[in-house]
Every structure is written in structure tokens, then in C-alpha cells.
Design a protein around this ligand. Structure first.
Ligand code: SAM
Length: 345
């Protein structure tokens, strides 16, 4: 244990003193604070000036403080000992990754392929609760908008329970669309919708909108998705949470289901259409299902340039509703944003 300078405070005043020392930034964070009998021994940085604090009990001798273990905090730091330095400096390493429950998903660029096992193990070391690391080997695609994922470290199990805002969401990330990057948007819509309304989520995926909304509000949500496994995940999530609202999940092509609702005269107070690459093709018919003064949330990938004009054109070419807001959900690519166009009837 290394020797360092410290002060001794009786434990009843330790909290107040630590608060003051923090304001002066003179606690040495490399070492642990020690409890000895009725006293607390606090390590100080070498620059701390004793004369500034005449009322404190500085230790005459240096103290054997225990050091905090220094864990590497980035993939690059972990790989430092495992890949030659000149090779490491040439690599563009993933700086962020998606944590979905106890699974991690990273963007596995081609140049990183030879290092994928080492990178996978590095992530598991960095995030000890991780059970598997998957690499995205292609963009989302196909009718279910799911990703091709390759296991690069840990167990070959793509099911997990993801937690967001106190909700538990059951998933198999190989079988159903899910993005943890949409949690703020799910929460935003949940705050906007009023209680006792009827809501339609037309491209539900794992049903995150419905779960967030019915977790917080007494209201009814009908979710539709063409992927049968989306319903399996949703029903498991329903079992894992105590929801206040009422839910129904229909496995169907949204267009067929719209026609069924139209035949029955069914109308909705809110319609959510978060399928940014496809929802626009359903807008004309979906709008017919919206109650007077209802709100439709249409998601779309839009260029930043002339966004307002382009959105006005996009909507007025198809329906009579008016745009009340355009909300940027997140940047999707260097040129495009994933946006939510709010339309009222
Ligand atoms: C972008 S993902 C859903 C995202 C989800 N709304 C969310 O916020 O997490 C699009 C979803 O639409 C579903 N889908 C695609 N075509 C469909 C169709 N014709 N009818 C119903 N669902 C469809 C896919 O299976 C996929 O789950």
C-alpha cells in the first residue's frame, strides 16, 4: 500500500468535512478513505496546503492508503496490451455500443474482423454484467426490420430482459426489432397521450410504445406487427410488468388490418406509425382511422435541408391534416434525421 498524506476527522463530522474538501478539490481520488475506530482518514493530494485549514487534524506521518484498482475504461485501453501499438493506432475502434439487457451489440466494421474475438472479450471485461457480445454484420432489413448478428463473445443466447424507465422488455434481438436508442421517444409519446383514449401502434416491433403508455396511463392500445415473434416478446413483457392500461396485440399486415378497422367503423384518438422507411405508404388509409381532433405520429427519415418545406409537401400531397410539430428523434446518418411528424385532423 502506498504512503500518502491525509487528515483524520471524527466520523460524526466526516460527511461535512468531505463536502468542504470536495469544494477545494483536494481529496486524492486514487486512494480509498479509511475508517479506523471512531475516525475517518481522508487521503489528500500532494498540493493541498495545510495552512489553509488550520482547524483540521493533519496526520504528522504519511499513511498507508489502499489504492483503487485502476480498471481500463475503454476498448482501446484494454487492447493496449493485446495488439501491437502501431496496429492499434491504425484501428478505428467502436467508441459506443448498444447495451440491450445483458447483451451488447456493436457495429463490426470490416477492418475490425481480424480482432473481433479480442474486442468481444474486451467489452465483456469492460462491462462485467454482459453475457454476450454480438456484431452487427448488416443494416436492419427484411420485412421484420431485424439485424444480422454474429456472436463474437460469450453465450450464444440472444434473449434478454431490457430495462428502461422501470419497464422490463423481453426480447430476442435476433428475432424482433428493438433499439434502445428509441427509449426517449417512447417516453415522449407516452407523456403526450391522454388517459382514456384509444391508441393504434401500427408497426409495433416488441411493443415498446404500448408498454410505456399502458405502464403509465389508463388507456387502451392496439399494437400491430407483421412479425409473429413480436407478439411472443410483447406477451412475455406483459407478464413481467404490472400495467395499468389495456393492451391487444394483432399479428397482421398493417394494410389488411386498416381495412378491417375501416369496415367496422373503428376510429382512434392517436395513431403511431414508427416505421420510418415504410410508414408513409400507409398514411392515406391510416388517416381515415383517426378521430376528429386526433393526432397521428408519422416517423420518417428526412434530410435536414428544407426539412419543413419537404415535410409539408409530403403530407399535403396525401392528406388534409395539418402538421403541428416536427420532432427530431435522432441523427440517422450524416445527412438524415429520424423524425416524428405530428399531424392533427
Ligand atoms: C422500425 S420497426 C418498429 C419500431 C417500433 N415501432 C419501435 O418504436 O420500437 C418496424 C416494424 O414494422 C414491422 N412491419 C413491417 N412491415 C409491416 C407491415 N406491412 N405491417 C405491420 N408491421 C410491419 C416490422 O416487423 C418491424 O417490427
Amino acid at each position: 500500500m502506498p504512503l500518502s498524506r491525509g487528515i483524520r476527522i471524527d466520523k460524526f463530522h466526516a460527511y461535512e468535512v468531505i463536502k468542504i474538501l470536495n469544494q477545494y478539490n483536494i481529496i486524492d481520488r486514487n486512494y480509498k478513505i479509511h475508517n479506523i475506530d471512531d475516525y475517518v482518514i481522508i487521503p489528500l493530494i500532494a498540493e493541498a496546503i495545510i495552512d489553509q485549514f488550520p482547524q483540521l487534524d493533519f496526520l504528522d506521518d504519511e499513511f498507508n492508503f489502499e489504492e483503487y484498482s485502476k480498471k481500463p475504461d475503454s476498448i482501446k485501453a484494454i487492447l493496449k496490451d493485446k495488439i501491437p501499438e502501431d496496429e492499434l493506432n491504425k484501428l478505428t475502434l467502436p467508441t459506443s455500443f448498444d447495451q440491450i439487457g445483458n447483451l451488447v451489440v456493436i457495429d463490426l466494421k470490416e477492418h475490425l474482423y481480424p480482432y473481433k474475438q479480442i474486442i468481444g472479450a474486451a467489452i465483456m471485461e469492460l462491462q462485467p454484467s454482459t453475457t454476450s457480445v454480438f456484431g452487427k454484420t448488416a443494416k436492419v432489413g427484411g420485412p421484420f426490420r431485424i439485424r444480422q448478428l454474429e456472436l463474437i463473445s460469450g453465450q450464444n443466447n440472444s434473449t434478454t430482459i431490457h430495462r428502461e424507465y422501470g419497464l422490463k422488455i423481453y426480447l430476442d434481438i435476433r428475432k424482433v426489432y428493438f433499439s434502445p436508442r428509441l427509449s426517449t421517444e417512447h417516453k415522449r409519446i407516452c407523456k403526450l397521450v391522454k388517459e382514456n383514449s384509444l391508441i393504434l401502434d401500427m408497426f409495433a416491433g416488441a411493443g415498446s410504445f404500448a408498454l410505456h403508455i399502458t405502464n403509465q396511463k389508463i388507456t387502451s392500445v392496439i399494437s400491430i406487427d407483421i412479425n409473429p415473434f413480436a407478439k411472443v416478446c410483447f406477451e412475455e413483457s406483459q407478464r413481467l410488468n404490472v400495467l395499468q392500461g389495456y393492451n391487444e396485440f394483432i399479428v397482421a399486415d398493417a394494410r389488411d388490418q386498416i381495412y378491417k378497422f375501416l369496415q367496422n367503423g373503428q376510429k382512434f384518438n392517436y395513431i403511431i406509425m414508427n416505421h420510418p422507411s415504410g410508414a408513409i405508404d400507409y398514411l392515406v388509409d391510416a388517416y381515415k382511422l383517426l378521430e376528429e381532433r386526433g393526432t397521428l405520429f408519422l416517423y420518417y427519415f428526412a434530410n435536414e435541408e428544407n426539412m419543413l418545406d419537404n415535410c409539408n409537401q409530403l403530407i399535403s400531397d396525401r392528406i388534409e391534416g395539418s402538421i403541428t410539430k416536427i420532432h427530431k428523434v435522432r441523427r440517422y446518418s450524416p445527412e438524415q434525421f429520424h423524425i416524428c411528424i405530428e399531424i392533427t385532423k
